[in-house]
Structure formats: C-alpha cells, structure tokens
Design a protein around this ligand. Structure first.
Ligand code: F6P
Length: 351
C-alpha cells in the first residue's frame, strides 16, 4: 500500500511524534511505502507534487521535537476552485497513493473529507490542535504542552505582579474555545479566568480586582483570545479579522486593559502569549498521546477503515467518522465541572 501523510493547519507540539508513529507502525506491518506530503495540502496543489520518502531513519530522533518535519500551511485550500481540485486529483493519481493520513484540526478534516469525496483517494484523520476543540475528542495532542507553557507564564508573572501590586492580564490562544484559558488559568492559579463561552461583565471583573487591592494587592487575569465583554457585538478576534489595521487594534488583553484601568487604583499590564504556546517541544504526555493517535491511524489504514479519525474518549483510543468532526467545534459548557469547580474555589469567571 502507498500511504501519504500530511500536516495541515497551524503547527502544534507532537506533530512529529504522530508522523513517526504512523511511519514506524506501517513499516513494521510490512508492504507499505510511506510518503510525506510537504506543507499540508499546498504540496498537492502545485503543478508537481512536493513529497519526501519517509523511512525508518528519516522519522528517528523526532519524537520530542516540536513543529513538523513536513511543514504545514493553514491557508492552502484544495477545494478553492475546480481547477485546484483537479490539480490535487492529478497529483494524487501520479503519486499512486491509496490513502492519505491527514493530521489537522476541524478545518483540515473538512478539507480532507471533501478531497476524498471528489477524488476517491481515501483519508484517515488524526486530531491536532492546542485549542482542544475537536468534536468527539476529549484531548488533542499539543494541548497539554500549551497549557504547561501558559501556566508557567502565569506563575512567572505572579512574582512581578505581587512586587508592583499590579493587575496582570495574560491572553491565551484558543480561538472560540476556552479550554486553554481555563486549564492554564487553573494550573497557573489565576484569580480571574475569562472564557469565550461566558461573556464578562467589566464591573464584576473590576469589583474582584478592587477586593484584592485591599488584601493581596495584586491580581492575575487569564483570558482566552475569544473572550468578549457582555453586550459587545464582536470579539476582538472577529474585529481584527475585518479591520483594515489589525496591528493597531491589538488583542483582547489590551482591550480589557483599557476597560479596566479607569476602574482601578492599581496599574494594569497585559501580556499576550501568542505563538509561544504553539512552539517548543511536546510534553511527555503529548508525546505519548500523539504516538497513540499515530499508531491507531496506522491500524485504521491497514484495516482499511477509511474516512475515520483517531480519537480519545473516556481515556480510550478509538475512532469517529471524519464527516462528524468536520467544521464542528467543541466548546466549554457553562456548567462544565471545571467551571463549577473554579467558581467554588473563588475564581472570578467575570459574570
Ligand atoms: O488553532 C490554533 C491557533 O493557535 C489558535 O489558538 C489561534 O487563534 C490561531 O491558531 C492562530 O493562527 P495563526 O498562527 O495563523 O496566527
């Protein structure tokens, strides 16, 4: 069998661990040739496909290395128009691939599903995102690493916040889902956690900070990039997408600073963690999870269970149809156990 592997969408710690596990499992199974497709779907959209042979040697020594040896792209859309899709079809035929293992988020799963339907080349999926927002999957690899990085940042900022008696706002990634802000905030002992799923009331946030001004004299706020104030029509992320000058608009953490500063005696500062959360080496947890996903994807290939995505549910590795995952996002429910627990231990959720 000839098997292609591609990594699509934003990079994520653990991608190389998946590539390694898929390749080694297929080589050990025998009668499989593995090709790495470069820069996600982009490597299939050009007049000549860009691929590299993946053998045992090529995927050795990459388990713990961040990023992806294949490169990725989050703007390449193979379904963009009929001509592009036809080119992808010609390239897949020229490469003589039986199946492509697609490692990506909900958007990439949707593209893969569309390509498979249009070209007849089978796909198998592996869920990837630091946002942890893929449907039917309780943990995607990369999330643990991002939480670890963000939680460490929160702890580091606490010493400077307490020394200067300041309010520190830390903005995390996560798109429209609050998982990263929630777990990083809990692990990093944030006093206020603001999520995209729960619109915040600026007065409630200010009241919490003022109460702390009297006692602890500093406050740490962890907010997801998709969070917005109650009554605001758009998140800052949505405003940035439509803004002629996105750089000047800044991030949601800067907006909160502007809203909060006039209401407080303490100085307010903002740190946007940005791509630091996607960079670096995966944690041991993510190395193991990514390896489990990669191994399972290889099993799906050899068992010819095409159109399935590897998943983790109730701690067990399994699979779900890719079509059920495409373009669906898993967000934090207001009544989620971690949200209730955060409230119970005195964390302000901003409402
Ligand atoms: O989906 C992963 C993610 O890192 C989001 O958390 C973030 O909003 C987005 O990608 C950033 O994308 P880019 O790297 O294109 O700025």
């Amino acid at each position: 069998m000839r098997v292609g592997i591609l990594t699509g969408g934003g990079d994520c710690p653990g991608l190389n661990a998946v590539i390694r596990a898929v390749t080694k499992s297929l080589i050990r199974h025998g009668q499989c040739e593995v090709l790495g497709i470069e820069d996600g779907f982009q490597g299939l959209m050009e007049p000549l496909p860009r691929v590299q042979a993946l053998d045992w040697q090529r995927v050795s020594g990459i388990l713990h290395v961040g990023g992806t040896i294949l490169g990725t792209s989050n703007s390449a859309n193979p379904l963009r128009d009929a001509a592009t899709l036809a080119q992808v079809g010609r390239n897949l035929a020229a490469l003589n691939l039986d199946v492509v293992v697609v490692i990506g988020g909900d958007g990439t799963m949707s593209l893969a599903h569309g390509v498979a339907q249009a070209t007849g080349v089978h796909c198998v999926g592996v869920p990837k995102t630091i946002d942890n927002d893929i449907a039917h999957c309780e943990r995607s690899f990369g999330f643990d690493t991002a939480v670890t990085t963000a939680a460490e940042a929160l702890r580091r900022l606490e010493s400077t916040a307490s020394s200067h008696h300041r309010v520190m706002i830390v903005e995390t990634m996560g798109r429209h889902a609050g998982w990263l802000a929630l777990e990083a905030g809990l692990a990093g002992a944030a006093d206020v956690i603001l999520l995209p799923e729960i619109d915040y009331d600026i007065e409630a946030v200010a009241a919490h900070c003022r109460a702390r001004e009297q006692r602890q004299r500093y406050t740490i706020i962890c907010m997801g990039e998709g969070a917005k104030a109650r009554g605001a029509a758009l998140t800052v992320r949505e405003q940035v997408a439509g803004s002629p000058d996105p750089v000047r608009l800044g991030g949601v953490g800067h907006v909160l600073r502007m809203q909060l500063q006039p209401l407080l005696a303490s100085e307010v500062r903002t740190t946007v963690l940005g791509h630091l959360q996607r960079g670096g080496d995966p944690t041991p947890f993510d190395r193991v999870l990514a390896t489990r996903f990669g191994h399972h994807a290889a099993q799906l290939v050899v068992q010819r269970r095409f159109g399935q995505m590897a998943t983790l549910q109730h701690g067990r590795i399994g699979s779900v149809p890719m079509a059920e995952v495409a373009n669906v996002q898993r967000t934090v429910a207001r009544g989620h156990e971690l949200v209730t627990m955060a409230r119970d231990i005195g964390v302000c959720l901003g409402d």
